[in-house]
Write a protein that binds this ligand. Structure first.
Ligand SMILES: [Zn+2]
Length: 263
């Protein structure tokens, strides 16, 4: 490889973020304009930066262990040894994709542990709230909805009756939230739309603030649309109530928590 190409390609990540001194940046721009190999490298770099940003967004709140990076480079070396005859950039591109996949896989495994994807749950609620779609399983009966969810999640889901907090059940859905299959119960209380998310075995809420609602230990978070999420763990399952109305959300969470934490 030409010296010039080497210099340009080693600086692509910084070039991408527009952090290079102006003069050097211009030299890079000029070179990339006339060198197809470096242009291709720049495209690859752009894709990788995008993929990494996506990974970071998906898994915010998770700190990868230092061993992750060592394992990734070990894995890459092993894979590369089979690919020595590939053209340089094809090989590099393949390694980069492989790295993204490996990192994604390890992260997914870390995430799989028992972390409840709270941010993605808020996001799921936001999407539902904008469409206000009817639930797949329509029912006013908490016991019937719990049975339907138990069958679909292959887990035992307890009935949650919010009639004491003035909320009526509309029905249940099964949703994919941050790679986790969850049950979602939809309730209506006046103008408050309540959704209870049930996630078997996801009982950790690392990124959430601790609150004590009416003597119950809970976690709370909210987004910029003022949707609130209250979360708790009971009998090995994770629960979250999300709503567009703060007070109703808190009341429902206290009510629901009591029903799931039966002695
Ligand atoms: Zn070049």
């Amino acid at each position: 490889m030409e010296d010039r190409c080497k210099t340009v390609q080693e600086n692509l990540a910084v070039w991408q973020e527009e952090e290079l001194p102006l003069e050097i940046r211009q030299q890079c721009d000029e070179h990339i304009a006339q060198c197809s190999r470096c242009r291709h490298a720049a495209e690859v770099q752009r894709e990788v930066s995008k993929a990494l940003r996506r990974l970071r967004q998906l898994h915010s709140g998770i700190t990868p262990p230092p061993s992750l990076w060592r394992n990734v480079s070990k894995e890459l070396k092993r894979r590369e040894s089979h690919k020595q005859r590939m053209v340089q950039w094809q090989a590099a591109f393949a390694s980069i994709l492989a790295a993204c996949l490996i990192i994604g896989g390890v992260w997914a495994k870390l995430n799989h542990s028992s972390a409840f994807p709270a941010e993605q749950t808020l996001q799921n609620y936001r999407q539902w709230y904008n469409s206000q779609s009817e639930p797949v399983y329509e029912s006013r009966d908490p016991a019937a909805a719990a049975k339907w969810l138990s069958d679909h999640l292959h887990a035992s889901v307890l009935p949650i009756d919010l009639s004491l907090s003035q909320a009526k059940l509309n029905g249940a859905d099964v949703v994919q939230v941050g790679g986790v299959k969850m049950g979602r119960l939809l309730y209506l209380s006046g103008t408050a739309h309540l959704a209870i998310y049930v996630s078997p075995a996801h009982t950790e809420f690392r990124s959430l603030n601790k609150v004590t609602a009416d003597g119950n230990k809970m976690r709370e978070t909210s987004d910029k649309n003022h949707f609130t999420l209250f979360a708790w763990a009971a009998n090995g399952d994770g629960y979250a109530v999300v709503s567009n109305a703060y007070n109703e959300c808190e009341t429902a969470a206290v009510d629901a928590e009591r029903q799931t934490n039966l002695p």
